[in-house]
Design a binder for this molecule. Structure first.
Ligand code: GLN
Length: 487
């Protein structure tokens, strides 16, 4: 048998289904690969060998069948897993073992997917490089001296390093798509409310969206179908059937985009993308035109305010959500020596438990929500959010999807953007508008710039997740997939 870690999830599922390989062999191959390379990649914060093998055995005994039964998966550490350490890459949650599974984790288990472990990320999903993980960064398998994107850099790196065929991410402002782009993998942010937030450690509740990560568009769609769908335990979950994203991906793979209108956002042009990123994007766009697509320029005049609006709304919601980490209920408690007041213990715990970026966001959000400033900052940002939503709605009257590079730059070297938060925030220039609107978007590898992967973003109207998969699969069929140098 060839190296199982190199196969796609669809290929693995088919081999397991035909009993040509056992789920235990597949899980073991990936666990061994993690043992061999993760010291250098550091994609994982926790590996659950025993749990993964037990789940694989259940599939081999015929207890669970299904389209991804026996295909192992890595889960971002911001998603709760019963009994398995879940830290959101923060010191404040060190040692916490959740008493319950997130809904999406329940669905992975019901689908017979062994969970290999929990992946590294920026603390509480705030960042674009994993450099804000309290447990050290993840290294990009394309170049170990560069960032793998963030916040879900661990999930993306695990895929690129062949440690897992599939992974779960969460996307609040780009944390699935930007890591996908800079590691040459696929990442999809579903429609907000299309995947359950129950059991996600909340960052910005009106934006947080869990979603699938894979090495191919079809694999990503297969995982999307497993985790998506209504959940009564999440009040913003959409009570509607999930569009058939797998069929859409297979249709797209036939390479016919006749009559599909792709919108190029005028305001994204001259946006400061690296020349190599723009060139790879334009080349891929021409390939879509050859498949029959039509390119239409559209105007979204409020997109230029998306980044400032996001950096008021997300920190505001985070300042409220993170109030629960008080040293009483979970994880770390500092200075509780019997002589300190409750307030002193809380304050010490939060001072020692949170890293600098999380503190920056809490302070910013608390300020934006404070009396006297609320209307000027938070209220204004909400109005901008409405205008951005209207820009999307107007654009989708003219085109089927919007397209752009996923992120303006390729994977950058460690330390090159940490001294100026704004430089880091620019990583999400193209991904954030979609989060404010709530629609689905996907990043697909489209080429290389200076030997590093470039991502192509496809944004679709809310609930039209199938449409973005069709275009994504067509793009993949035209440009192929990209393999990093051997580790
Ligand atoms: N990089 C963005 C931020 O720092 C997005 C994070 C995310 O999507 N979780 O907030």
């Amino acid at each position: 048998m060839s190296d199982l870690t190199r196969l796609s999830a669809a290929e693995l599922a088919s081999l397991i289904g035909k009993k040509e390989v056992s789920a235990v062999e597949v899980a073991t191959a990936h666990l061994d690969r993690i043992d061999a390379v993760d010291e250098r990649v550091h994609a994982f914060l926790h590996v659950d060998r025993e749990g993964a093998l037990a789940a694989a055995h259940a599939v081999d005994r015929g207890e669970i069948t299904g389209p991804l039964a026996g295909v192992p998966i890595a889960v971002k550490d911001v998603v709760t897993t019963k009994g398995i350490p879940t830290t959101a890459a923060s010191k404040i949650l060190e040692g916490w073992r959740p008493p319950y599974d997130a809904t999406i984790v329940e669905r992975l288990k019901a689908a017979g997917m062994p969970i290999l472990g929990k992946t590294n990320m920026d603390e509480f999903a705030m960042g674009s490089s994993t450099e804000y993980s309290a447990y050290g960064p993840t290294n990009n398998p394309w170049d170990l001296g560069r960032i793998p994107g963030g916040s879900g850099g661990g999930s993306a790196a695990a895929l690129a390093a062949y440690e897992a065929p599939l992974a779960i991410g969460t996307d609040t402002g780009g944390s699935i798509r930007q890591p996908g782009a800079v590691t040459g993998t696929v990442g999809a942010k579903p429609t907000y409310g299309g995947t359950s937030r129950y059991g996600l450690i909340a960052f910005s509740s009106s934006l947080d969206t869990p979603g699938p990560c894979g090495r191919t568009v079809e694999d990503t769609a297969l995982l999307h179908a497993v985790i998506a769908g209504h959940d009564p335990r999440d009040s913003t979950s959409i009570p509607q059937p999930v569009p058939d994203v797998v069929a859409a991906a297979r249709l797209g793979a036939t390479g016919d985009l006749t009559g599909v209108r792709l919108g190029l956002v005028r305001e994204f042009a001259g946006d400061g993308s690296e020349p190599g990123v723009s060139a790879a994007f334009q080349e891929a766009l021409q390939k879509l035109v050859k498949l029959g697509a039509e390119v239409v320029e559209v105007s979204c005049p409020h997109f230029e305010y998306a980044l400032p609006a996001y950096y008021l709304i997300a920190p505001s919601e985070c300042s409220s959500n993170l109030a629960r980490f008080d040293g009483v209920r979970y994880g770390l408690r500092s200075g509780d020596d019997g002589n300190r007041s409750l307030e002193e213990v809380m304050s010490l715990t939060r001072d020692e438990g949170f890293g600098p970026e999380v503190k920056r966001r809490i302070i910013l959000g608390t300020y934006a929500l404070s009396s006297g400033y609320y209307d000027a900052y938070y209220g204004q940002a909400q109005k901008v959010r409405t205008l951005i939503t209207r820009d999307f709605q107007a654009a989708f009257e003219q085109v089927d999807v919007l397209v752009s590079p996923t992120t303006p730059f390729v994977a950058f070297p460690f330390g090159s953007r940490t001294s100026d938060p704004y430089q880091m925030y620019l990583a999400d220039l193209f991904t954030i508008p979609t989060n404010l609107y709530g629609g689905p978007a996907i990043s697909v590898p489209c080429g290389l710039s200076e030997g590093l992967p470039v991502g192509f973003q496809i944004m679709a109207p809310t609930l039209a997740d199938d449409r973005m998969y069709r275009v994504a699969a067509a793009l993949e069929s035209a440009v192929g997939t990209f393999t990093p140098p051997a580790l």
